[in-house]
Design a protein around this ligand. Sequence first.
Ligand SMILES: [Zn+2]
Length: 1010
Amino acid sequence: MKVYEELKFENPDGGAWKQGWRVTYPEGKWNSDNLLHVFVLPHSHTDPGWVKKYMDYYTQQTKPILDNVLNFLSADPRRRFIYAELSFFSLWWESLSESRKEQARKVLRNGQLEIATGGWVMNDEANTHYAAMVDQLIEGNQYIHAVSGFAPRSGWAIDPFGHTPTMAYLLNRSGVKGMLVQRVHYAIKKHLARSQNLEFMWRQLWDKDGSSDTLCHVMPFYSYDVPHTCGPDPKICCQFDFARMSPGRYNCPWRVPPQAITEGNVADRAAMLIDQYKKKASLYRSNALFIPLGDDFRYDQAEECERQFNNYQKIFDYLDKNPQLGVKAQFGTLSEYFDKIHELSGSEPGSRPREYPVLTGDFFTYADKDDHYWSGYFTSRPFQKQMDRNIETNLRSAEIAFSLAAVYQRKHRLSGFPEDHLMRLLVEARRNLGLFQHHDGITGTAKDFVVVDYGERLLKAENNCKTIITEAVSFLSMATKSDYKQNIFFDIDEIRKNHDSLITKNVIQVSDKPSSVLLFNSLTHPRQEVVTLHVSDPNIEVKDAKGKVITSQTDPFWKDSNEMSQDRFKLSFVTELPAMGIVRYQISQRKDSSSNSLATVTYYHGDGPSSQSKFSVEKKESSEFSIDNSFLEAKFSGSTGLLQSVTVKSTGEKHRSEVSFHTYGARGGKERSGAYLFLPDGKAKPLSVGHPVIRVVRGPVVSEVSVFINHVQHVVRLYNSPGVDGKTVDMFNLVDIQNEVNLELAVKISTDVQNSEREFFTDLNGFQMIKHKVFDKLPIQANVYPLPAMAFIEDDKTRFSVLTAQSLGVASLKTGEIQVMLDRTLNQDDMRGLGQGVRDNKVTPNRFRLLFERRSTPPIKAKLSGFPSMFAHVAYLHLVHQIQKIPQKSSIEVPPLLSENSFLSVPLPCDVHLLNLRSLQKSYDGDIKRGDDSALLLHRLGVDCGIPSSGLQCKDTQGKVKLRDLFNDALGVKEIQRTSLILLHDKGPTSLDSDLTLSPMKIYSFKVKW
Ligand SMILES: [Zn+2]
């Protein structure tokens, strides 16, 4: 942000290096006594899905690439190659004979082939949630290590559209010593290059001692192709991409083709090349220089490999014979390059090289030229973005429930729980979700048919997770475990029929005989929360675990704005669940139950149901109306039905919170908005809502206001719950812009919060918060940021937060407001290679929680980081990790069930989040089987202490955890050891009895033996 304040963003023409300047270097700076060490690294960027489907890319291009690489590396030990995508590498590995595998292990062992990052994909860094980032890092790294013994030392992200410090942190915790990024705003690159700050120690915003600093290399020029990697002049560099020699598939747009290197021309050609090298080197501090040599899907033909490897080797050999030229060049991996930096500076890998700067912050929002900001992809294809988050939370629940059930089964020498079958489903779900974290997956920047391919894989993952949860929770709930039978007693509560359809809920057929519903809380603190089920009868009695009848409410199930279903109803009640536990509730039909209330319905506009109804329905006219619960009152406009204000009952504080919808069009001209770019035609225009149907449903458990406006069905709910859901406002939208052209839809909440200098905070990957400021010198599209989890604005007294259950774009262009982008439909390509617009919009749900909090102390102005309150953290966890509901199948006799079951002996503190409890795979050769150990990942959340959080059902113990106390005796932990984030660098057993103190913000990984 400090750099943004200084920079003018003028974008002058820099000559050959258009976005830079005419680079010079002192004649004779490098000579035989002061060599420039050049590391040339062949690479091939292979997207697991973009303009072709994942499997088509594999068979047509990626398999030949990896086959070639293995042949060419094995033929000459001086050659090198870097590769990153394990989703492809694993397919390739499985195709190899044992002797080819051994050959591949050899080039990995001797350092010729470097696997960088080790992720399942090169993940997007804007829309991704850190839980899924970690997951795909573990999946890829576990794989490569298991089959070859290789553990990555470098990070490689040449294509994600902007970069996050979260990735630097995760790589650091994975044992990576240095990382490379490429897509950084051109003006920021120039600024860093001017001051030789393109390499720095990337420090976390919240890290006081720099213990998680990671060495980062920013590529200086426009792209990662060869014309933009050898030096500042693309016309020259293109001549050193020998794949572009004629005759051939590629050429040089600067119209000077490469020449094959011969004895006759080597001196001239080498002189040209090292001039570029020396110019590039003058942008960096060290005498080591890194030169990537590749492009998208390169090296897929043997001839190309031959041309690149042989011609470069001739230049290297010539330079070796002529040390007076001052350049020692060779093929070298990224790790070899970083090692050289440390060798030259006398520092250790992982530490800070002499005189290197420290930098904090992120690299959003990316622009590659002019005002072409890549903020469109924060919102493109929101349907899949929402589906992604739904699977993430289901995968986490499935991992935890499966681990608990499988451990229990082995510990008690039982059989019957289908561990092998479910482990296969689990691994498939991990990999399908991992694949979607790719920078053309969750970003929404693939072709329509590729989006369908991802969608089908996501659907498979979603179904797998639901099956695993249902089976594991029902097994764990059996009073006698041998009663358990697979797929007999319980149903999956939610079904998505197709990859592009909405989820529908299972209807529980109730009768006068009680029917059981198992509720699973995967979080590690107890929770009270409203749960809603769909039932076949409106008159219901609900009993809790102790058999006590509790208050419940039945709402109509609406077919549209006016029509109610006659055979489906919504049943809501407040549940109470232990930490990581399962509770059985029972529901039955009861005609005269005083504990059950039918909701009342009021229409402020609209006709209401035409047929007779069991519910009381009235029509009213009013300029204003409200709904409330014990903590909050929400007031709405009688003409638009939209939220106007929220009052906190305990303090009487009333906050303006006006909801409105807005649209952007696409600006004219040749370069227009598309999947990546947001190029609006001006400021947002208010969406006319006219006099919409306003339907209000009130009851003792939940009240809601539904408004039916053009493009959106908008619902605001208040839960009457003692839990965190009772202290936040729930906002749900069902968006449909399928019939529009070049339209982007946003929702805005305008409040009375006086955030000075228009500063606002957004999260990075749901892991940390960063401060932004609106700059008028920048266009609207530059002021839009990713919103994976949460945004807030604040003044000295009040903080207003928007928590989101899906990743979208966000801006705060005026004081007091937060604007969230909801969907976009664009009729044209934005010239970044996709070759199409975004027209495959779906009816898309999205959900938010709005939260006003009172500050006890004013915020510290100078800080660039921020933290949610403890309450906001818990509210976010509850929003995202919803209680899993497993209803009993109708007309079946279920064996005796445990009424309440917790797997922790002591709940974890509020600020310690169980990121995952993941079953390790036994081996990666042959059948997928569960191993004996589990991985336990804990994240200590960073908390703003200036906001008191009362009424939480968890304790604050300053991050202290005693591992022996964690799981209950039925599971019985035998041994725990610390390990790296990707579960590869074991650090020896940790005492089960010592108090472990977790530091704020840090993630801790353990291997657990049961
Ligand atoms: Zn890519």
